[in-house]
Design a protein around this ligand. Structure first.
Ligand code: BDP
Length: 608
């Protein structure tokens, strides 16, 4: 789905700002038709932001079910005769949107966009009442899964099997936008190059444009490719084809050079009907043996698993926080991150494209694992079971893969699709569940490697699905959850395990999580878990091991920053495995990482 934009044939207004807000604590809003009249409430809520931490009342923070947002929207008077669209960058986790009381859009899945054409419901130059009901419930049918339980005190409570707080609401932007009657509906760009990177190399751009609209068949398509300065470097006619870019400048890690593909619909007399500008980078991604290649050159990932997580706004998008996070990534020498454990906002993906940051792009499929039942206090005994990961779960999982790839397929920064984090991968049923999903991702995008992130319980001997994937992504906690405080034993265990994976598969391996909870300001001379010294020593130990294993192609520390989680005896005000605190102050380990990563930009460290 294309990100909406302003252009010669389109206009865009943001609906971000304050909305009237009402918590549906009795779950009566839909039954009583709250959309039919102005919301009866004194509360106001900011968009974009998760609502949970914005109010002082714990009843809002702990609410399970629907909340309602409402505002008046004026349709610009110049939009008469245009098609008019409402587009939500996300609504977590389910939503129904109404225009003057009429349902116009419904969506399930908290981290991908959806939109609705509302042309027939609105009039240019007048206002309408936009009402959005948003549901935060996670069930056995949702991705991520969860379960609503009734507490001993008789209150409904949300449980889930993932280690980040279930922030909800309208955490990303909402737009109203116009298009002509015939519009560019989708653009797909796949790139390659011939020759060696540098002057003289020739880029290839395979493109496919889809038009939509009653008279779409009467329109022709032409495309123009512009370089970063706006100069035209290639043109073509037709809805699909290949164009060449002479002397191409490649998109490289650390140097996010972007071209634009201007897709134009023209009518029979050659008049411009619609125009959409799609940024793209020319680069290739490939797995060869145990190497991971970007533009034909071995690439070594350094960086983090991250979260969209900040005080007050929760998972809300904030431009200032985003720029700050990318600035810290640059300071620390990280060349990449994983969107653990859900698709991040489109602004973050665009920023990564522009700045040459490499991304492992992950679906929200986290918590599909009954082995964590003890940790999260939920009762599941088997994973692939009608009561837990069922056909309904699989249908939602297919949907999140489809929506992620549809949204992010044109981002040069994205080099791997991660279709799940730490699913149960050794139990009966895992293969039947994952084989079609891996195939789906490959069918949707044959150009990028596909993987999933493996959990510590399912080592190379037990796991039964890794052969279905192109890369091996491992989360390991030797020295933390096991061998706690004993880095010497942890080092042995880690090395033995990595060697087992390497000899069994010979595929590229990325450590997608390794980390130790650390309380900023706690210091110790004695290998004390939670101390800043222990975190730094823990990471040093992992790095020594990685540098001895040929198939290791990357290291993503868990986590970039401390983050909010659900309550539990294992968490003190959230997860503290950040290299930075939640307010982005560096712990000792941040300086350790900065030293190592600055010395090995994009390159595999020499074996020591
Ligand atoms: C892994 C999960 C991650 C957790 C982390 C931890 O992938 O979401 O936050 O462990 O325990 O199991 O810190």
């Amino acid at each position: 789905m294309l990100k909406p934009q302003n252009g010669p044939t389109r206009e865009l207004v943001t609906l971000d700002g304050l909305f009237a807000f009402r918590v549906d604590s009795e779950n009566v809003g839909l039954r009583d038709g709250w959309q039919s009249s102005p919301l009866d409430t004194a509360l106001e809520m900011a968009v974009p932001a998760s609502y949970n931490d914005v109010f002082a009342e714990k009843s809002v923070r702990n609410h399970v079910g629907w909340v309602w947002y409402e505002r008046e929207v004026r349709v610009p008077r110049g939009w008469a005769g245009e098609r008019i669209w409402l587009r939500f960058e996300s609504a977590t986790h389910g939503a129904k949107a109404f225009v003057d009381g009429t349902l116009v859009a419904e969506h399930q899945g908290g981290y991908t966009p959806f939109e609705a054409e509302i042309t027939e419901h609105v009039t240019a130059g007048t206002t309408f009442r936009l009402t959005v009901a948003v549901d935060n419930e996670l069930t056995q049918a949702t991705i991520p899964p969860g379960k609503v339980v009734v507490t001993e005190a008789g209150q409904r409570a949300q449980t889930y099997m993932h280690d980040f707080y279930n922030y909800a609401g309208l955490a990303r932007s909402i737009h109203l936008y116009s298009t002509p009657q015939v519009r560019v509906e989708d653009v797909t760009v796949v790139t390659g190059f011939e020759g060696t990177p540098g002057p003289g190399a020739s880029g290839t751009v395979d493109y496919r444009i889809e038009l939509d609209g009653a008279a779409a068949a009467d329109s022709a398509v032409r495309v123009r490719v512009l370089d970063a300065s706006g100069a035209e470097v290639a043109t073509a006619d037709g809805a699909s084809g290949t164009v060449a870019i002479p002397d191409v400048v490649l998109w490289q890690p650390g140097r996010g050079y972007l071209y634009s593909l201007v897709a134009e619909a023209v009518d029979a007399s050659g008049e411009l009907v619609d125009s959409y500008t799609q940024p793209f980078g020319v680069r290739t991604v490939e797995v060869r043996g145990s190497e991971f290649l970007i533009n034909g050159e071995p690439f070594y990932f350094t960086g983090f698993g991250m979260h969209e997580d900040h005080a007050v706004i929760g998972k809300g998008y904030s431009a200032a926080h985003m720029v700050n996070d990318f600035s810290l990534l640059e300071w620390i020498g990280a060349n990449s991150f994983r969107t653990s454990h859900y698709p991040y906002s489109e602004e973050i993906m665009d920023f990564a494209d522009r700045h040459g940051i490499v991304v492992i792009d992950e679906t929200p499929a986290v918590g599909l694992n009954a082995d964590f039942a003890g940790f999260f206090g939920t009762g599941a005994k088997k994973t692939y079971d009608p009561d837990f990961v069922s056909d309904e779960t699989a249908a939602s999982h297919r949907q999140v893969i489809e929506e992620l790839i549809a949204r992010d397929k044109n981002h040069p920064s994205v080099v791997i699709w991660s279709i799940a984090n730490e699913p149960q991968s050794s139990e009966e049923g895992a293969r039947e569940y994952f084989a079609p999903l891996a195939q789906l991702a490959r069918n949707l995008d044959p150009t990028r490697p596909v993987g999933f992130v493996n959990v510590m319980f399912d080592n190379a001997e037990k796991d039964i699905i890794t052969d279905l994937f192109d890369v091996i992504m491992l989360n390991r906690y030797y020295g933390w959850y096991v061998n706690t405080g004993d880095l010497a034993s942890a080092e042995k265990a880690l090395e033995a395990e990595l060697r087992a994976w390497e000899s069994k598969y010979g595929k590229p391996m990325i450590m997608t999580e390794y980390g130790a909870d650390t309380l900023a300001g706690f210091h110790s001379l004695y290998d004390a878990p939670w101390s800043e010294e222990y975190q730094a020593d823990f990471l040093d130990m992992y790095h020594r091991v990685f540098d001895r294993i040929g198939a290791m192609v990357g290291e993503h520390v868990w986590n970039f920053a401390d983050f909010a989680t659900s309550n539990g005896t294992m968490r003190v005000d959230g997860n503290k495995k950040g290299a930075f605190t939640r307010d982005r102050r560096p712990k000792t380990a941040a300086f350790t990482l900065r030293k190592r990563w600055s010395e090995i930009p994009n390159r595999k460290p020499q074996a020591k």
